[in-house]
Design a binder for this molecule. Structure first.
Ligand code: NAD
Length: 389
């Protein structure tokens, strides 16, 4: 019995050991297959990575290509910029060459005598001559101009001078500057110029004049308005005294200028009466001299241009019409004297004895002066037109 139970135990132990061994073997096998699976998975991942690698390389290559393109573009832009800079440097050199290294000699004025003077239309024909005189006298000059008919060339010899300032501005818009005196000259003066844009001409002479009178009132400046003999229109009286009120067509082709200047005068005296602004009004007659516009369209420039080009000189109508002429430096002297005077009524030089008066000459006689300009002088050509020039 005891032997049998021992045998039974042994058998059970052996069976258990075998089962255990089999079990262990199974477990080991399973782990191994898992490891193999993992390895396979790893390989797959690696494979996949392996597949990805060339993609990455490809993208990088694309990026490199983009970078190269960008580089090419930048190089192009750089080259263009260099070419542009070279062009600008050349232009700058030309402009610098134009600016005089030496300014015309100017007087020194103490701060009590030195005035700050605003000249509207200072880049124009008359304005630029006035600016020259004021600068040489030693004043501080501010030029305001929109360059409609004026040219920078007329005043470029003052660019950079410490007493000189240029403001590119249209006086139809308000302007805020400090000034002791204002010479208000901004307005086209010759018929082809003022007829080119009649509405603008009226605006300049009305709104522009209001702006300048308003500025004079604000800063307490004395103001001189450049008026014209055209306020007499097509006059019935010759020569015209200032007491003559004129004969003006309010809807004629010149009305934008004539009526514009008449309103400018009215505005000046309204501001004087109501706002105590000190005003001077100069009725300017035909003025001629250097810097006159070649396309001025009036008789002096027409004759000179035709004579210089050896063309037939045109005489309008019967040639007996008269004009008063004034040389530009005489006009500038007159404007300065009027501003300094106590005379507050409109002034045009009314021909009274002892007063300076612009020369008056018939058109035909003026041709004789022009004759000396050219050797191969040709005959006059008559043209009949309704409007005198
Ligand atoms: N030259 C003459 O024979 C003559 C005769 C009578 C009156 N005037 C008066 O004298 C003044 C000067 O005449 P000019 O012969 O020197 O003429 P201009 O045309 O040579 O000069 C006029 C200047 O005013 C500027 N201007 C015009 N409109 C402007 C605006 N809205 N804002 C700023 N600037 C403006 C022009 O660019 C120009 O520089 C004018 O008021 C004109 O009516 C001249």
């Amino acid at each position: 019995m005891i032997r049998q139970s021992l045998k039974f135990r042994k058998t059970i132990t052996v069976v258990c050991v075998i089962v255990l061994v089999v079990f262990l073997i199974l477990i080991l096998n399973e782990n191994k297959s898992k490891e193999i699976e993992n390895d396979d998975a790893n390989y797959e991942i690696e494979d996949r990575n392996f597949l990805k690698v060339p993609k990455k390389v490809f993208i990088q290559k694309e990026q490199n290509m983009d970078f190269n393109n960008a580089n090419d573009n930048t190089q192009k832009e750089l080259q263009e910029a260099k070419a542009r800079i070279e062009q600008l440097e050349k232009k700058l050199a030309i402009l610098e060459g134009r600016i005089p290294q030496k300014y015309p000699e100017v007087s020194y004025l103490g701060h009590k005598e030195r005035k700050r003077i605003l000249v509207t239309g200072g880049a124009g024909f008359v304005g630029s001559h006035l600016v020259d005189v004021l600068m040489v006298q030693g004043h501080e000059v501010i030029v305001v101009d929109n360059f409609f008919t004026g040219r920078k060339r007329n005043i470029e010899h003052w660019f950079g001078h410490r007493n000189f300032e240029m403001i590119h501005h249209d006086i139809v818009n308000p302007l805020y500057v400090e000034a002791d005196e204002i010479y208000h000259l901004a307005s086209p003066a010759s018929p082809p110029h003022y007829m080119q844009n009649p509405v603008k001409t009226i605006k300049t002479n009305t709104l522009g004049t209001i702006n300048m009178l308003g500025l004079a009132r604000r800063v307490g400046a004395k103001i001189l308005i450049a008026s014209t003999s055209e306020v007499y229109g097509d006059p019935m009286v010759h020569p015209q005294p200032e007491s003559y009120w004129g004969h003006v067509n309010p809807i004629g082709p010149r009305a934008c200028y004539d009526e514009g200047k008449r309103v400018a005068e009215t505005l000046a005296y309204s501001y004087a009466k109501q706002e105590n602004v000190t005003v001077r009004v100069a009725r300017i007659f035909n003025t001629y001299g250097p810097r006159m516009h070649v396309s001025d369209g009036r008789v002096v420039s027409n004759f000179v241009m035709q004579a210089l080009q050896n063309l037939t000189i045109t005489v309008y109508g019967n040639g007996k019409q008269t004009r008063s002429f004034c040389y530009v430096s005489d006009l500038v002297d007159g404007l300065l004297a009027l501003m300094a005077s106590t005379y507050s009524l409109p002034y045009g030089g009314d021909g009274r004895r002892g007063r300076r008066r612009p020369a008056e000459a018939a058109t035909r006689h003026r041709c004789v002066f022009t004759r000396g300009l050219t050797e191969n002088y040709r005959l006059f050509q008559r043209r009949v037109i309704s409007e005198d020039i």
